[in-house]
Design a protein around this ligand. Structure first.
Ligand SMILES: [Zn+2]
Length: 450
């Protein structure tokens, strides 16, 4: 059953053209009105495909943040290197997500201001379709390389670092704005079970109310296309003028009210986001961030899961990066170390209780102890995951200084480095055994000779 209202909307040529413009060089994912998703990877070849897909029951269109030379070559489980080869660029897409529409407008307007501070003024903004906003800074706004690395390859780190930097910039004004409209008690009530995250270091954490998710910035992550309908709200993801965010009304997103006059895909001037990305990287290298990495991208370099040993692996075979990390952090990186060490120790046959015990012990060796609650919550986060994640590869720079440049692992991760080592040790054990009979033979010969 295809809703005639949806069909009529996607039959509009202007809507088709706008969706196709955004979908160019991107992966497409469609959602059917029955809730199912289309096969991936998919692409939108012609604007008229929009109507064709709608006729087949498609109700919404989603596109990738990354741009690809050939999106149809994407496969699940591709290594970072393979993805890098296929990626032609990426846009910075910020997803402001909240149930509080007014706060969402404030956050979007503050980010636009923060971007303007960096002379980034060609920004696409659209209503998400529910109660949030999507902001897009196109790839063309960034310089072709940053710190000697191709910008094309700086995904998701580049986008994440910028998102985290922008969040830092708007944290205080957003907090002030939220508190000018609501009291902490009111927010607690409104948040319900999520209210435990409301306060951070004695202050209101505005991102517990309005989330700007940097975790979602990961390879092959999709966002709702411009002019796509949101199934739940029935509203359309329409572009909004930068200076009209605060005045935006849901009314404007009703199917019957949608007009195509504000662009979402914007033309930036060359390098306009240069300072933004450079400063974001500088900052990221100084501050430790607390994001929880996406296993799909961070770990795709090594898909092969190793069986978790039944007996705990001894420290003697640990690679130098883990040995060093386990001695405590001398400066930055404690939180990233927690993440890496949990994954590593689990893969070394530690139970979650043993991991916790070891990390609490380890915490005392850090230059400054982390809150015990932080470590406990991280361990329980891992406990809730379906898979036991290996630590990131030692070639993954975003985990420096915990891993990275380690001569034991090289481009492997610490877990596979240990498995290699164990395998080598086994072979070495076998070799002398093979030699043993020949020695015996010699002994026999020599006894015979006697
Ligand atoms: Zn290593």
């Amino acid at each position: 059953m295809v809703d005639p209202k949806i069909l009529k909307f996607y039959a509009r040529k202007d809507i088709q053209n706008e969706i196709a413009k955004l979908a160019k060089d991107r992966e497409l994912a469609v959602r059917y009105s029955n809730g199912g998703f289309g096969k991936r990877p998919d692409v939108l070849q012609y604007p008229s495909d929009v109507l064709e897909l709608a006729r087949q029951g498609v109700s919404s269109f989603h596109v990738s943040e990354e741009r690809w030379s050939d999106p149809l070559q994407l496969r699940s489980g591709m290594s970072k290197k393979q993805l890098d080869e296929l990626r032609s660029g990426w846009d910075l897409v910020l997803d402001i997500d909240t149930n509080f529409f007014e706060f969402s407008k404030a956050a979007a307007a503050l980010i636009v201001e923060a971007l303007k501070f960096y002379d980034v003024s060609n920004v696409g903004v659209k209503f998400s379709g529910r109660s949030g906003f999507h902001l897009l800074v196109p790839f063309e706004a960034f310089p072709s390389s940053v710190n000697g690395q191709d910008t094309r390859l700086l995904f998701p780190d580049g986008a994440r670092n910028i998102a985290l930097h922008l969040k830092d910039l708007i944290e205080k004004p957003l907090r002030d704005h939220i508190l000018s409209l609501s009291s902490v008690d009111e927010l607690k009530k409104a948040l319900g079970d999520k209210s435990s995250e409301l306060m951070k270091n004695g202050k209101l954490n505005p991102f517990s109310v309005v989330d700007i998710d940097s975790v979602l910035i990961s390879s092959r992550h999709m966002f709702r296309s411009v002019y796509s309908i949101n199934e739940k709200s029935g509203l359309v993801s329409v572009p909004v003028k930068l200076d009209q965010i605060k005045n935006f009304q849901l009314q404007q997103a009703k199917i019957e009210n949608v007009s195509v006059d504000i662009p979402f895909v914007v033309q930036p001037t060359d390098n306009e986001a240069k300072h933004l990305i450079i400063e974001s990287f500088d900052k990221a290298s100084k501050i430790e961030h607390t994001y929880i990495p996406d296993p799909k991208t961070e770990f795709s370099g090594e898909k092969k899961p190793y069986a978790i040993p039944k007996v705990k692996v001894q420290d003697e075979v640990f690679p130098e990066c883990m040995v060093k990390a386990l001695q405590g952090m001398e400066s930055d990186g404690r939180k990233r170390a927690v993440f890496v060490l949990i994954g590593f120790l689990r893969n070394m046959g530690y139970t979650f209780d043993e991991v916790l015990e070891r990390l609490l012990e380890w915490n005392k060796k850090n230059y400054e102890e982390l809150r015990e609650g932080y470590i406990r919550s991280q361990v329980s986060w891992h406990k809730r995951q379906k898979e036991t994640l290996p630590p990131p590869s030692c070639a993954n720079k975003s985990y420096y200084p915990i891993v990275g440049g380690c001569t034991n692992c090289k481009s492997r991760n610490a877990v596979s480095a240990v498995h290699w080592r164990l395998k080598l040790l086994k072979q070495q054990e076998k070799k002398p055994r093979k030699k043993a009979p020949s020695i015996k033979k010699n002994v026999k010969k020599s006894t015979k000779a006697k």
